[in-house]
Design a binder for this molecule. Structure first.
Ligand code: UD1
Length: 442
């Protein structure tokens, strides 16, 4: 299995220069699935070169869609004029939980969808009850058997009023995609407000859908008969942005992060400023300057957008472990998202996790160690810790990291990090078939 080796003689890599942010993983996955809604061609631009994108393309191909991935120019062309299967097999769903996002579009387009049950994952049980609640309200019949969930709507879906008990990102996206071609109006309340929802709604509206309110807690959809093909550029990845902001912060460096949307990372900007990190916004760039003065700790609590993102919690914790003083992290979105704590402690951090609260006795000297990336963002946190750890850090199970970070090694090297991958396995994308790995779809 491939590993990352990060060498850090001085104990704090000095980063400098610029890093360009890629298209958003969490935006592109539902957008690719949404191309199943039309029999016309779609072209998606700024597609990040990631393993999860490959898996989604494999899934769409298994359903009969023609998918061309152009990795040199980061675009994907899709033609779902013939859907030959409405099934997502276990082999692909277990590689990527986001496969469940094919369910809404399949149901809308073909009146049926059969998806292998995703099961639990490293960060908790992650049920799909809210997705199913939405499909049922729109008139689908749901049946579970043999490890599959089957939804059918022989005479089509009908608009409905649906209240989500929790603003689940995936459920919001799936229900929107199911409702865009339902008969009559749909009102979705207490929905997720993430920028990725807005990007999906913009894509669907370009296809001819009538969606209003995306980005607020109430979305109104007027069902239309059919959708047409379109071209769409994916928004920049806010979690990748945040990870590089924290790379600058943990190394007390100054880095410019280009091609991003500062508004999408407001909670992180606020928290880093609270810690004493300088942040300047210049159009679509952020200049993060952690070179001045001692930093102070800050507490964070993860929440649905616009709260502090759970997908930056592990990376922020790695940063806090280098800041002198006590701090606390409260995770409210996922039930078991502290598997990185043990690994960070192996590198010299002093973190105690109990229930959903972690307390950090920050400022301990970090050192290189052999550690394990237990999931995508945990892996990113360990990479960041390695940038502030004296000696050599060896990170295994890096396929998790490659699921979500485009050109990770290349971008880190450009900033000045001494990082190598242990074998010659091609990085994400570039036409390589997705390796046999299990993923959590974060
Ligand atoms: C998406 C993101 C992931 C991010 C998460 C929260 C993608 C591909 N992944 O995941 O990176 O960490 O949002 O911001 O976009 N829940 C239920 N029932 C459901 C659905 C969810 O109880 O039917 C619970 C989950 O167990 C979890 C919480 O809701 O505790 C949030 O999950 P959700 O917002 O659905 O996350 P995902 O869409 O899976």
């Amino acid at each position: 299995m491939a590993k990352f080796y990060i060498n850090n003689k001085s104990g704090r890599c000095a980063l400098s220069g610029q890093v360009e942010i890629s298209g958003s993983k969490n935006a592109v996955l539902p957008i690719l699935a949404a191309a199943l809604l039309t029999d016309e061609g779609c072209e998606i631009l700024d597609v990040p070169a990631l393993r999860d994108v490959e898996v989604m393309c494999m899934l769409l191909r298994s359903m009969g869609a023609k998918v061309k991935e152009h990795y040199i120019i980061n675009s994907v062309e899709l033609d779902a004029s013939d859907i030959t299967s409405a099934e997502a097999p276990y082999g692909l769903v277990k590689k990527m939980r986001a496969s469940i996002l094919a369910m809404g579009p399949l149901l809308a387009r073909t009146g049926k969808a059969r998806i292998a049950l995703p099961g639990g994952c490293a960060i908790g049980a992650r049920p799909i009850n809210l997705h199913l609640k939405g499909f049922r309200a729109l008139g689908a019949k749901i049946k579970e058997s043999g490890g599959f969930i089957e939804a059918t709507a022989a005479s089509g879906l009908s608009g409905a009023n649906i209240y989500l008990d929790f603003p689940s990102v995936g459920a919001t996206e799936n229900i929107i995609m199911a409702a865009v071609m339902a008969k009559g109006p749909t009102v979705l309340e207490n929905v997720a407000e993430e920028p990725e929802i807005v990007d999906l709604a913009n894509f669907l509206n370009k296809m001819g859908a009538r969606i209003k309110g995306a980005g607020t807690d109430t979305i109104k959809i007027e069902g239309v008969e059919r959708l047409r093909g379109t071209k769409h550029t994916v928004i920049p990845d806010r979690i990748e942005t945040g990870t590089y902001m924290l790379a600058a912060a943990i190394t007390r460096s100054k880095v410019e992060i280009k091609n991003t949307v500062p508004d999408h990372v407001r909670p992180l900007i606020a928290k880093l400023k609270e810690c004493g990190v300088g942040i300047e916004e210049v159009d679509d760039s952020l200049i993060v300057d952690a070179t001045k003065g001692p930093l102070i700790p800050a507490d964070i609590k993860t929440l649905p957008y616009p709260g502090f993102p759970t997908d930056l919690q592990p990376q922020f914790m790695a940063f806090l472990s280098t800041v002198k003083g006590d701090s606390a992290v409260i995770e409210t979105v996922f039930e078991k998202r502290y598997r990185h704590v043990g690994e960070l402690n192996r590198m010299g951090a002093s973190i105690k996790a109990e229930g959903n609260v972690a307390t950090i006795d920050g400022g301990k000297r970090l050192h290189g160690a052999q550690v394990l990336a237990t999931d995508l963002r945990a892996g990113a946190a360990l990479t960041l810790a390695a940038l502030a750890a004296k000696g050599r850090t060896e990170i295994s199970e890096i396929y998790h990291i490659e699921r979500g970070y485009s050109d990770y090694i290349k971008k880190l090297r450009k900033l000045g990090v001494d990082i190598v991958k242990a074998d010659d396995t091609p990085l994400a994308g570039r036409g390589a078939a997705a390796a046999a790995y299990g993923g959590e779809g974060l």
